[in-house]
Ligand binder design. Structure first.
Ligand code: ADP
Length: 555
């Protein structure tokens, strides 16, 4: 189990790492591509802007070369007029200097008050004299300039001179909009001739290993893109994309440097999110797996428990069955002992009386024979009664219930024990409600129950000095309750008195077999009532409750 868990954990960690790496790489690729596209657009915009600016000056050179006011004045050697024109023109249209030179390059007229004796470069002059538009850029005394030239023709055969326009690049940069990325235009010597960052000007493209070099170095390849870094500049991007564009017409090479810090931050952020997602997913899966395991374990445990409970129940049932069998046998034993005891006595008496009768017959004493015969008949009746009791127990005799007066039943049961009460000098306290208390029950059976309770009470008081029998009936709500109290020694074991064959009386000497109360209990239950007992401080109490007829009707 442990091995499986650790393999799963390792697989999960690997999958999470792979997922995070995938998200990082994917984000970098997409975002760097977007950055590259945007940068290319911005570099193209900047290049077009510079071209437009320079084109304006080209047109100016064209215009000056062909304007009649210049050519006419030149033809008439009116250099003052030419100079005035050039000054006005440069002031109006922004060229920093306009010179008019002859075929050798010597300055004939200039917009600048300090007429320099410096001749223009050969390429510039040749281009103009050969009917082309000359173009070059130069760095002079830390000043970055663009020069444009155009031939001036006085006669038809050839160009007699040229217009040279000098433009200060700084003036052009001044018109550029502010952009966050460094923009650099390099000349043919890879020297930064123009830039929107003054600190980068005049540096040549390189890794900073030599004096005057830009310290831009190749850094690494990131998601398929080459990145660059400035080695020492604190304010420069830590890591950047460098995009270039060749501008052959202007003899320049444009470059834009785009900081990728935001892309790296986005990639880190998304990777963090992916890792968090993987963690949450992992946790959810782990919890689900844990839950499933717990449920499975619980199901297994409850199945085992159920099986054990079933097994124990079977065992218990078997034990119970055995007990029941044993107690049945014991009860049967007690019953046969009791029955044989009970029957033995009258049978012995019958034997005795019949032998006596035979003797009296021999002696012809007919009156004594009669006595013996009636004794025999008494004993047979006694046997009958015992057998009747047994039969009642066996069959749980059930005559139909009828509407009877509880009071009347109590009185007739009491009448049955009247003689015994008197002979044993038992005081009777009778407290019954006036009138009738109607219940639905079997009259004979109820009488039997009450008779049994009364005879038990009488038996209990046979050896006590104080002999009082209290019979009281109360009617509370829907129930009539008969309470019989005696002043005997109390019940030896109140929990067992309703068990069949439970008796504390000597077998044979009594009239019962320990069946009276158990029979009574069953009979009262049949009537929908209850029978209970308890010990008092002196004596025992039996309580018999039966529902009143009105309640039964209502139901
Ligand atoms: P039996 O009268 O044959 O013993 P019962 O079922 O009527 O059978 O009574 C069972 C036992 O309950 C009696 O043997 C006796 O121990 C006990 N008992 C019943 N009534 C009383 C009573 N009023 N006082 C004390 N013990 C009683």
């Amino acid at each position: 189990m442990i091995r499986v868990s650790s393999v799963l954990l390792a697989a999960y960690v690997l999958a999470s790492l792979w997922f995070a790496a995938f998200v990082y790489d994917r984000t970098l690729k997409t975002e760097l591509r977007v950055l590259q596209e945007n940068g290319t657009v911005r570099l193209s915009e900047a290049a077009s802007r510079l071209r437009l600016q320079i084109d304006g000056f080209r047109e100016q050179a064209n215009f000056i070369a062909h304007t009649p006011s210049v050519t006419t004045a030149m033809a008439a050697d009116d250099w003052h007029r030419v100079q005035d024109f050039l000054v006005n023109f440069s002031l109006t249209y922004g060229a920093s200097q306009i010179d008019l030179v002859d075929r050798t390059g010597a300055v004939l007229a200039s917009s600048s008050p300090k007429k320099s004796d410096k001749t223009p470069s050969k390429t510039l002059l040749q281009a103009a004299l050969n009917e082309r538009l000359g173009f070059e850029h130069a760095i002079e005394d830390q000043k970055r300039v663009i020069r444009l030239s155009r031939g001036v023709r006085l006669s038809n055969e050839q160009n007699d001179g040229a217009v040279i326009l000098t433009v200060d690049i700084a003036e052009l940069e001044f018109q550029w909009p502010v952009t966050p990325e460094p923009l650099i235009f390099y000349n043919q010597n890879a020297q930064a001739i123009s830039s929107n960052r003054p600190e980068l000007l005049l540096l040549s493209f390189g890794d900073g290993s030599e004096e005057g070099e830009l310290d831009l170095r190749r850094n690494r390849t990131l998601a398929g893109f080459e990145t660059w870094a400035f080695a020492s500049r604190a304010d420069a991007p830590q890591e950047a994309l460098v995009l270039s564009k060749k501008m052959p017409l202007l003899l320049l090479n444009g470059q834009i440097i785009i900081d990728i810090a935001s892309v790296l931050a986005t990639a880190r952020q998304r990777t963090g999110l992916a890792a968090a997602l993987a963690l949450v997913l992992g946790l959810v899966v782990a919890i689900a797996v844990q839950q499933r395991r717990r449920f499975a374990l619980e199901a297994q445990q409850s199945a085992t428990l159920e099986a054990r409970v079933e097994e124990r129940t079977k065992e218990l049932r078997a034990a119970q069955d055995e007990l029941v069998e044993a107690s049945k046998l014991a009860a049967l034993g007690r019953l046969s002992a009791g029955v044989s005891h009970e029957l033995n006595q009258p049978l012995a008496a019958i034997l005795n009386f019949s032998e006596n009768a035979r003797k009296f017959l021999e002696r012809k004493q007919s009156n004594r024979i009669d006595e013996n015969l009636s004794e025999i008949s008494n004993q047979v009746q006694r046997i009958n009664r015992i057998i009747g009791n047994l039969r009642a127990f066996a069959r749980q005799e059930s005559a139909p219930n009828e509407r009877i007066d509880f009071n009347e039943v109590i009185k007739s049961a009491l009448a049955l024990v009247d003689d015994e009460l008197a002979s044993k000098r038992i005081e009777v306290l009778l407290d019954l409600p006036e009138g009738s208390v109607f219940i639905v029950a079997g009259k004979v059976r109820l009488e039997q129950v009450i008779f049994n309770i009364l005879t038990n009470a009488i038996d209990a008081m046979s050896d006590t000095p104080e002999r009082r029998l209290s019979i009281e009936m109360t009617v509370v709500r829907d129930n009539a309750t008969l309470i019989v109290r005696d002043t005997g020694p109390g019940i030896a074991d109140p929990d067992r008195v309703f068990e069949p064959f439970y008796t504390t009386k000597d077998l044979g000497a009594s009239k019962g077999l320990g069946m009276g109360l158990s029979l009574s209990f069953g009979i009262i239950q049949q009537f929908g009532g209850t029978l209970s007992c308890r010990n008092l401080s002196a004596g025992a109490e039996f309580k018999l409750s039966l529902p009143l007829m009105e309640k039964q009707d209502a139901e």
